[in-house]
Design a protein around this ligand. Sequence first.
Ligand code: ADP
Length: 505
Amino acid sequence: MEQKKYIIAMDQGTTSSRCILFNRQGAVCSVTQKEFPQLYPQPGWVEHVPRDIWSTQMGVTMEAMQKIDARPCEIAAIGITNQRETTIVWDAATGQPICNAIVWQCRRTADQIEQLRRDGMEETVRQKTGLIPDAYFSASKLAWILDNIPQARTRAQRGELRFGTVDSWLIWNLTDGQVHATDYTNASRTMLFDIHKLCWDQELMDYFHIPASMLPQVLPSSHIFGATDKFGGSIPIAAAAGDQQAALFGQCGFEAGDAKSTYGTGGFLLMNTGKDAIRSKRGLITTLAASGTPAASRNYYPSYALEGSIFVAGAAIQWLRDEMKLLDDAGQTENICASLKDAGGVYVVPAFAGLGAPYWEQYARGTVVGLTRGVTKEHFIRAVVESTAYQTNDLLTAMKEESGLPMASLKVDGGASANNFLLQFQADMSGLPIKRPQCIETTALGAAYLAGLAVGFWRDTEEIRCNWACEHTFLPTIDLRVREELLCGWARAVRCAIAWAKDQQ
Ligand code: ADP
């Protein structure tokens, strides 16, 4: 292990493929990234070309190695993290995809999910998979492919086709079709996997008419899946995990009660709940967390997590910039917000695509309340930035209540976590210390840690924890009475956004 210097993290995202080489201290030694085309063949449909996913991921990996002249013998392992739920079907003999990948954002199967509800399957899905039935997850996308691509159903029944999420697709290609596998975290997003028994569920496979021969073997996230010789020497593939679970692991969220909030285009709050798969009554999803190998971890194995997502977080800042033309750059918001004492009584609920957890009102729309004659453009901008913190706070409140676990602090990452005002406001609204790490590449880092643990590059999670360094902690400073007033104002604004939806029905 001595000459092994690096772990390769393949971070296959929705709009780009990235590769990062990390050293033993968890520091970034080389990064490369390449975007690939997004296809929108019809309104509400989103596709990727599976070959683009593979070729860009290969390209950035080779480039990242070349940049620092890293030789295959210096690489201890590869860890994969990926966009979740995106569905690919390929020919087992040739490895050729039979159609484009259906991306998680694609809404083409919304009617099938309505039918699933009418068929009385909602409770079964919730109980077994921990998910709320939605077109977002892989099952209805896979069924769509089998129903709509000529010959697909017959060929699947003959055992000629394979299904995979993006991790499986990469592993298959890295091993020249030797390994057809996925990990618990990715499997838990397919809506076909029983998260309690840790196996594919026959009842759900029957409902969607999915033959077992199509499905990958499900393995722990930190595990040697196989080896690849695509980089000029044999390198073990030692981890796979969905992006949000990888980020929780990269933030050292190993223990029950550990939580992280990612502020990207959308927002994702995940809390490790240890050995308990907690069933949410407030619209949070129950999912499998990424765990280190049993030997390398003092934690429960496997661990579960509660997850809540915000559809519009940083996207609201993009909207201010691109559609409202109130900004040139997202970074300007920080100084604008800090120059004001408050948002002037204005609240913006950016429910552009409805409201997610804990409200679940898909017909809600963006709402502005509290306008008076003195309100300026700056107040409006501040109200938009504050909305991300308010929405995250709503998820935090739901999680604290449902998990019953104390939360000592919240770790953050993602592009908008660069905004100091946002994080201070988050601390003030939640009453929690908000911790921003030095390394905000937490998704890739999580995949690297999981791979490194599987091959002994790192001994255990305690060793990894020493790598986590805080760049800044934001402590709550607000007067409690003011906090109460602001939170009441936000709750009223959300009620207005919901009233707009209800009035139509
Ligand atoms: P994703 O991974 O979802 O593409 P990123 O983590 O790269 O997103 O974050 C990009 C988002 O963060 C954009 O929506 C952008 O508007 C927002 N953003 C970036 N910098 C700032 C900032 N300083 N303040 C507020 N929002 C920001």
